[in-house]
Write a protein that binds this ligand. Structure first.
Ligand code: ATR
Length: 280
Protein backbone atom coordinates (compact mmCIF):
# COMPACT_ATOMS: atom_id res chain seq x y z
CA UNK A 1 0.00 0.00 0.00
CA UNK A 2 1.27 3.48 -0.87
CA UNK A 3 1.60 6.27 1.72
CA UNK A 4 -1.73 7.67 2.93
CA UNK A 5 -2.48 10.87 1.05
CA UNK A 6 -4.25 14.05 2.08
CA UNK A 7 -5.09 17.02 -0.15
CA UNK A 8 -7.10 20.18 -0.65
CA UNK A 9 -9.28 20.29 -3.78
CA UNK A 10 -10.46 23.58 -5.28
CA UNK A 11 -10.25 25.87 -8.30
CA UNK A 12 -8.19 27.99 -8.28
CA UNK A 13 -6.02 26.37 -5.62
CA UNK A 14 -2.44 27.56 -6.22
CA UNK A 15 -2.56 30.14 -3.40
CA UNK A 16 -4.20 27.89 -0.81
CA UNK A 17 -2.54 28.04 2.61
CA UNK A 18 -3.90 24.60 3.58
CA UNK A 19 -0.79 22.57 2.58
CA UNK A 20 1.39 24.83 4.76
CA UNK A 21 -1.06 24.73 7.67
CA UNK A 22 -1.36 20.95 7.65
CA UNK A 23 2.41 20.52 7.24
CA UNK A 24 2.91 22.72 10.30
CA UNK A 25 0.33 20.72 12.28
CA UNK A 26 2.08 17.51 11.23
CA UNK A 27 5.48 18.76 12.43
CA UNK A 28 3.97 19.93 15.71
CA UNK A 29 2.24 16.61 16.43
CA UNK A 30 4.95 14.35 15.02
CA UNK A 31 2.64 12.94 12.34
CA UNK A 32 4.31 12.46 8.95
CA UNK A 33 1.96 13.84 6.29
CA UNK A 34 1.64 13.76 2.54
CA UNK A 35 -0.73 16.74 1.91
CA UNK A 36 -0.92 18.45 -1.48
CA UNK A 37 -3.12 20.91 -3.39
CA UNK A 38 -5.12 19.49 -6.28
CA UNK A 39 -6.58 21.87 -8.85
CA UNK A 40 -10.04 20.62 -9.81
CA UNK A 41 -12.69 22.62 -11.64
CA UNK A 42 -16.27 21.54 -10.97
CA UNK A 43 -16.48 19.49 -14.17
CA UNK A 44 -13.54 17.25 -13.29
CA UNK A 45 -13.93 17.08 -9.51
CA UNK A 46 -15.58 13.63 -9.39
CA UNK A 47 -12.95 11.86 -11.57
CA UNK A 48 -10.17 13.73 -9.81
CA UNK A 49 -11.45 12.53 -6.43
CA UNK A 50 -11.73 8.99 -7.83
CA UNK A 51 -8.04 9.12 -8.85
CA UNK A 52 -7.14 10.38 -5.39
CA UNK A 53 -9.13 7.55 -3.82
CA UNK A 54 -7.23 5.00 -5.94
CA UNK A 55 -3.92 6.58 -4.85
CA UNK A 56 -4.72 5.86 -1.18
CA UNK A 57 -6.37 9.22 -0.47
CA UNK A 58 -7.45 9.16 3.18
CA UNK A 59 -8.68 12.71 3.72
CA UNK A 60 -9.37 15.88 1.77
CA UNK A 61 -10.29 19.47 2.36
CA UNK A 62 -12.71 20.89 -0.18
CA UNK A 63 -12.81 24.54 -1.07
CA UNK A 64 -14.70 26.59 -3.63
CA UNK A 65 -16.30 25.98 -6.03
CA UNK A 66 -16.63 22.36 -4.88
CA UNK A 67 -18.15 22.40 -1.38
CA UNK A 68 -21.76 21.94 -2.46
CA UNK A 69 -20.85 19.30 -5.06
CA UNK A 70 -18.88 17.36 -2.44
CA UNK A 71 -22.08 16.60 -0.52
CA UNK A 72 -23.25 14.34 -3.35
CA UNK A 73 -19.93 12.44 -3.44
CA UNK A 74 -20.22 11.32 0.18
CA UNK A 75 -21.75 8.11 1.44
CA UNK A 76 -22.71 9.92 4.64
CA UNK A 77 -22.47 13.53 5.85
CA UNK A 78 -22.59 15.05 9.33
CA UNK A 79 -25.77 16.73 10.52
CA UNK A 80 -24.09 20.17 10.37
CA UNK A 81 -22.79 19.64 6.81
CA UNK A 82 -26.27 18.52 5.77
CA UNK A 83 -27.83 21.69 7.19
CA UNK A 84 -25.14 23.94 5.68
CA UNK A 85 -25.49 22.14 2.35
CA UNK A 86 -21.71 22.05 2.02
CA UNK A 87 -18.83 19.70 2.84
CA UNK A 88 -15.28 20.97 3.39
CA UNK A 89 -13.76 17.82 4.88
CA UNK A 90 -13.79 14.32 3.39
CA UNK A 91 -12.67 11.33 5.42
CA UNK A 92 -12.16 7.87 4.00
CA UNK A 93 -14.08 5.33 6.08
CA UNK A 94 -13.57 1.83 4.71
CA UNK A 95 -14.41 2.10 1.02
CA UNK A 96 -16.50 5.29 1.16
CA UNK A 97 -16.18 9.01 1.91
CA UNK A 98 -17.75 10.68 4.93
CA UNK A 99 -18.34 14.44 4.76
CA UNK A 100 -18.05 17.06 7.49
CA UNK A 101 -18.18 20.82 7.55
CA UNK A 102 -15.56 22.32 9.84
CA UNK A 103 -16.03 25.92 8.58
CA UNK A 104 -18.85 26.56 11.04
CA UNK A 105 -17.05 25.21 14.12
CA UNK A 106 -13.87 26.96 12.92
CA UNK A 107 -15.62 30.33 12.80
CA UNK A 108 -17.11 29.92 16.27
CA UNK A 109 -13.85 28.71 17.76
CA UNK A 110 -11.96 31.69 16.35
CA UNK A 111 -14.52 34.14 17.71
CA UNK A 112 -14.95 32.60 21.14
CA UNK A 113 -11.70 30.78 21.98
CA UNK A 114 -9.12 32.98 20.22
CA UNK A 115 -10.82 36.35 20.61
CA UNK A 116 -12.77 35.64 23.80
CA UNK A 117 -16.05 37.01 22.43
CA UNK A 118 -19.49 36.22 23.78
CA UNK A 119 -21.89 35.76 20.87
CA UNK A 120 -25.06 35.21 22.84
CA UNK A 121 -28.00 37.45 21.99
CA UNK A 122 -26.00 39.58 19.56
CA UNK A 123 -28.20 41.19 16.91
CA UNK A 124 -26.40 39.94 13.80
CA UNK A 125 -26.20 41.07 10.18
CA UNK A 126 -25.03 38.52 7.62
CA UNK A 127 -23.96 40.00 4.30
CA UNK A 128 -24.16 37.39 1.52
CA UNK A 129 -26.13 34.22 0.97
CA UNK A 130 -23.72 31.92 -0.90
CA UNK A 131 -21.96 28.80 0.31
CA UNK A 132 -19.85 30.54 2.95
CA UNK A 133 -22.90 32.35 4.33
CA UNK A 134 -24.83 29.09 4.78
CA UNK A 135 -22.26 27.55 7.12
CA UNK A 136 -21.80 30.83 9.00
CA UNK A 137 -25.55 31.33 9.51
CA UNK A 138 -26.10 27.88 10.99
CA UNK A 139 -23.00 28.05 13.19
CA UNK A 140 -23.87 31.49 14.56
CA UNK A 141 -27.45 30.50 15.33
CA UNK A 142 -26.21 27.33 17.06
CA UNK A 143 -23.84 29.54 19.10
CA UNK A 144 -26.76 31.53 20.48
CA UNK A 145 -26.84 34.83 18.62
CA UNK A 146 -30.08 36.83 18.81
CA UNK A 147 -31.86 38.02 15.68
CA UNK A 148 -30.16 37.19 12.37
CA UNK A 149 -30.81 39.55 9.45
CA UNK A 150 -29.61 38.23 6.09
CA UNK A 151 -28.97 40.76 3.34
CA UNK A 152 -27.83 39.68 -0.10
CA UNK A 153 -27.40 41.51 -3.38
CA UNK A 154 -29.89 39.13 -5.01
CA UNK A 155 -32.81 38.79 -2.63
CA UNK A 156 -33.94 35.35 -3.79
CA UNK A 157 -30.78 33.72 -2.41
CA UNK A 158 -31.23 35.47 0.95
CA UNK A 159 -34.82 34.24 1.09
CA UNK A 160 -33.75 30.71 0.15
CA UNK A 161 -31.14 30.68 2.94
CA UNK A 162 -33.62 32.03 5.49
CA UNK A 163 -36.28 29.52 4.43
CA UNK A 164 -33.84 26.63 4.74
CA UNK A 165 -33.03 27.60 8.34
CA UNK A 166 -36.69 27.29 9.43
CA UNK A 167 -36.46 29.69 12.37
CA UNK A 168 -38.75 32.57 11.30
CA UNK A 169 -38.84 34.03 14.79
CA UNK A 170 -35.08 34.71 14.73
CA UNK A 171 -34.12 34.89 11.04
CA UNK A 172 -35.21 37.67 8.66
CA UNK A 173 -34.15 39.00 5.28
CA UNK A 174 -33.97 42.60 4.08
CA UNK A 175 -33.12 44.26 0.78
CA UNK A 176 -29.58 45.48 0.15
CA UNK A 177 -30.91 48.95 -0.70
CA UNK A 178 -32.54 49.08 2.76
CA UNK A 179 -29.22 48.76 4.61
CA UNK A 180 -29.42 52.38 5.79
CA UNK A 181 -32.82 51.74 7.41
CA UNK A 182 -32.42 48.48 9.32
CA UNK A 183 -30.85 49.76 12.51
CA UNK A 184 -27.53 48.81 14.06
CA UNK A 185 -25.96 45.44 14.81
CA UNK A 186 -23.72 43.96 17.49
CA UNK A 187 -22.17 41.51 15.03
CA UNK A 188 -21.69 42.00 11.28
CA UNK A 189 -20.34 39.12 9.21
CA UNK A 190 -19.21 39.70 5.64
CA UNK A 191 -19.75 36.44 3.75
CA UNK A 192 -19.76 38.01 0.29
CA UNK A 193 -17.00 37.30 -2.18
CA UNK A 194 -16.78 40.99 -3.10
CA UNK A 195 -13.35 41.42 -1.50
CA UNK A 196 -11.92 38.40 -3.29
CA UNK A 197 -13.07 40.00 -6.55
CA UNK A 198 -11.49 43.30 -5.38
CA UNK A 199 -14.91 44.95 -5.37
CA UNK A 200 -15.95 47.44 -2.68
CA UNK A 201 -19.12 47.20 -0.62
CA UNK A 202 -20.76 50.57 0.05
CA UNK A 203 -21.98 50.10 3.62
CA UNK A 204 -23.50 52.76 5.89
CA UNK A 205 -21.64 53.52 9.14
CA UNK A 206 -24.97 53.40 10.98
CA UNK A 207 -24.98 49.59 10.81
CA UNK A 208 -22.43 49.45 13.60
CA UNK A 209 -23.70 49.44 17.19
CA UNK A 210 -21.34 50.58 19.98
CA UNK A 211 -18.64 47.90 20.55
CA UNK A 212 -19.88 45.92 17.53
CA UNK A 213 -17.78 43.05 16.20
CA UNK A 214 -17.18 43.00 12.44
CA UNK A 215 -15.83 39.82 10.85
CA UNK A 216 -14.88 39.08 7.24
CA UNK A 217 -14.83 35.39 6.33
CA UNK A 218 -12.06 36.05 3.81
CA UNK A 219 -8.57 36.99 4.95
CA UNK A 220 -5.65 39.18 4.09
CA UNK A 221 -5.96 41.54 1.13
CA UNK A 222 -9.49 40.38 0.30
CA UNK A 223 -10.71 41.53 3.73
CA UNK A 224 -8.92 44.89 3.75
CA UNK A 225 -11.86 46.96 2.46
CA UNK A 226 -14.43 45.61 4.92
CA UNK A 227 -12.06 45.79 7.88
CA UNK A 228 -11.09 49.37 6.98
CA UNK A 229 -14.80 50.31 6.80
CA UNK A 230 -15.46 48.72 10.20
CA UNK A 231 -12.54 50.51 11.83
CA UNK A 232 -13.52 53.84 10.29
CA UNK A 233 -17.06 53.35 11.59
CA UNK A 234 -15.80 52.74 15.12
CA UNK A 235 -16.34 49.00 15.50
CA UNK A 236 -15.17 47.48 18.78
CA UNK A 237 -13.34 44.76 16.83
CA UNK A 238 -12.65 44.25 13.13
CA UNK A 239 -11.30 40.85 12.18
CA UNK A 240 -10.52 38.92 9.03
CA UNK A 241 -11.06 35.18 8.62
CA UNK A 242 -7.48 33.96 9.02
CA UNK A 243 -8.31 32.53 12.43
CA UNK A 244 -11.31 30.70 11.00
CA UNK A 245 -9.10 29.23 8.25
CA UNK A 246 -6.60 27.87 10.76
CA UNK A 247 -9.32 26.58 13.12
CA UNK A 248 -11.25 24.76 10.39
CA UNK A 249 -7.99 23.13 9.34
CA UNK A 250 -7.35 22.02 12.93
CA UNK A 251 -10.85 20.52 13.13
CA UNK A 252 -10.18 18.55 9.93
CA UNK A 253 -6.78 17.45 11.24
CA UNK A 254 -8.43 16.21 14.45
CA UNK A 255 -11.02 14.21 12.48
CA UNK A 256 -8.28 12.51 10.44
CA UNK A 257 -5.53 12.03 13.00
CA UNK A 258 -7.34 11.96 16.34
CA UNK A 259 -5.38 14.84 17.84
CA UNK A 260 -6.10 18.60 17.76
CA UNK A 261 -3.01 20.70 17.11
CA UNK A 262 -2.22 23.98 18.89
CA UNK A 263 -3.39 26.56 16.37
CA UNK A 264 -1.82 29.69 17.88
CA UNK A 265 1.74 29.29 16.53
CA UNK A 266 0.48 28.60 12.99
CA UNK A 267 -2.01 31.46 13.16
CA UNK A 268 0.62 33.90 14.43
CA UNK A 269 3.14 32.86 11.76
CA UNK A 270 0.65 33.42 8.93
CA UNK A 271 -0.67 36.64 10.47
CA UNK A 272 2.80 38.10 10.31
CA UNK A 273 2.90 37.49 6.56
CA UNK A 274 -0.49 38.98 5.67
CA UNK A 275 -1.16 42.64 4.87
CA UNK A 276 -3.76 42.89 7.63
CA UNK A 277 -3.10 43.21 11.30
CA UNK A 278 -6.50 42.72 12.89
CA UNK A 279 -7.36 44.40 16.15
CA UNK A 280 -9.70 43.37 18.89
P1 ATR B 1 -18.94 31.65 -1.49
O1 ATR B 1 -18.81 30.20 -1.57
O2 ATR B 1 -17.66 32.38 -1.26
O3 ATR B 1 -20.03 32.05 -0.55
P2 ATR B 1 -20.75 32.19 -3.66
O4 ATR B 1 -21.62 31.04 -3.30
O5 ATR B 1 -20.45 32.46 -5.11
O6 ATR B 1 -19.33 32.11 -2.98
O7 ATR B 1 -21.41 33.51 -3.01
C1 ATR B 1 -20.85 34.78 -3.18
C2 ATR B 1 -21.67 35.77 -2.36
O8 ATR B 1 -21.08 37.06 -2.46
C3 ATR B 1 -23.11 35.93 -2.85
O9 ATR B 1 -23.92 36.19 -1.73
C4 ATR B 1 -23.00 37.15 -3.77
O10 ATR B 1 -24.19 37.83 -3.98
P3 ATR B 1 -25.22 37.32 -5.14
O11 ATR B 1 -25.88 36.10 -4.58
O12 ATR B 1 -26.14 38.46 -5.33
O13 ATR B 1 -24.38 37.04 -6.35
C5 ATR B 1 -22.05 37.98 -2.97
N1 ATR B 1 -21.34 39.02 -3.73
C6 ATR B 1 -20.33 38.83 -4.61
N2 ATR B 1 -19.89 40.02 -5.10
C7 ATR B 1 -20.66 40.99 -4.49
C8 ATR B 1 -20.69 42.41 -4.56
N3 ATR B 1 -19.86 43.11 -5.34
N4 ATR B 1 -21.60 43.07 -3.80
C9 ATR B 1 -22.44 42.38 -2.99
N5 ATR B 1 -22.46 41.02 -2.88
C10 ATR B 1 -21.57 40.34 -3.62
Amino acid sequence: MTTPRYAVFGHPIAHSLSPRIHAAFGRQTGIALNYTAIDAPLETFAPSLANFTDANGRGANITQPLKQRAVGLCHAVSAFARRAGAVNTLTRVGTVWHGDNTDGPGLIRDLTARHGLDLRERRTLLLGAGGAAHAAAHALLDAGIGELVIVNRSTDRADALADSIRDPARVHTRYWHDLADIGSFDLIVNATSAGVARETLALPFGLIAPRALCYDLSYGAAALGFVAWARAAGAGAALDGLGMLVEQAAESFAIWHGTRPDTDPVHDLLRGELPLHATD
